[in-house]
Design a protein around this ligand. Sequence first.
Ligand code: FAD
Ligand code: SF4
Length: 330
Amino acid sequence: VVRGSWAAHAVDDDVRFRGSSGGVLTALAEWCLANGVAHAVIGAGPDVSDPRRTVPVTITSRPDALAAAGSRYAPVAVGSHSEAVDPSTAVVAKPCEVAALRSLAALTEAEPPLLLSFFCAGTPSQQTTDLLAERLGGSGRRVRELWYRGRGWPGSFTVRTDDGARSMSYEDSWGGHLGRTVQWRCRVCVDGVGEFADLVAGDLWHVDDKGFPLFLGADGTSALVARTERGLDVVRRATRDGALSLTEVSADDIMAVQPLQRTRRTTLLGRLVGTMAGGRRVPVYRGFGLGRLALRDLRATVGAARYTRSRLRADGEDPGTRSGRTAEPA
Ligand SMILES: Cc1cc2nc3c(=O)[nH]c(=O)nc-3n(C[C@H](O)[C@H](O)[C@H](O)COP(=O)(O)OP(=O)(O)OC[C@H]3O[C@@H](n4cnc5c(N)ncnc54)[C@H](O)[C@@H]3O)c2cc1C
Ligand code: SF4
């Protein structure tokens, strides 16, 4: 469901700079706190005692919001936070966690928190972060700060130790390392676009003539989609109050610059069939029209099934634990 879709960025320059793309989720967190929409925002951020780790965080102030800004490409269970089911909070979480929180609220007949999410290409393994931290920070050096991107668009994977900061480009960190260790569950994920969120943000990349993202280092711009009336109301009020700057774009325009999100659902049936043929269990999805989508590109679907089955057979282990190719950058 799309109730509104925009190119968006935080009006506050610091928030826009710190954010992964346009700083929209950070601006919304701050606005929710300032306007009594939420007494706290639950999100993810670096563990203060070991910034290589990502942990659920409670955001109750602007400094908290800025400290949590930027995507963390590592495992974290925001939904495990005790306040993630509290209707007086807002929650920023992966689409799968948001779907779970909404289902839980329906099951218990409770009002869900305001649910904010982001487009998601998958969660890489923690080991990859540790490896990159060691490579950039040096073996045995205490990591003082680690961020994956943001502070520019897309920004760089950066590790700061007492000896200074060293970075790796987003193309290298995601394309060469993180994106290759995305969990197997993410490869059979049906919803990377936050269908169950009130609001979902992603990168509104500039793209080449084939639709592939160009990383130009421009000021960040997010794609923002309202999926519920509640989300739409929050966007309207936050914009009226000067927190967000919006330009309307169509949902098709957004999907045109998200090649991975565009093709992953079309070929998902193939990956599910290939997974079953490889002797594994798969999640059950209803109501996503996977059969109809698969028919649109039967060749790609059959290719995905064959590739998945052969990979599973070759592995004989959880393929999510070994390196593999992720089609496009996040
Ligand atoms: C694992 C992952 C995969 C992604 N894949 C894609 C993709 O395929 N396509 C795409 O367009 N965008 C993807 N993104 C989203 C993108 O990186 C930005 O989050 C999005 O553009 C919103 O940017 P922003 O500047 O508005 O958010 P910001 O203002 O930077 O706010 C980010 C918010 O997200 C929260 N957060 C960060 N990491 C996590 C996490 N792992 N789990 C839960 N909450 C978190 C923070 O607490 C913060 O509140 C992905 C993000 C992640 C974390
Ligand atoms: S790709 Fe899907 S399953 Fe994986 S973390 Fe993202 S939303 Fe969850």
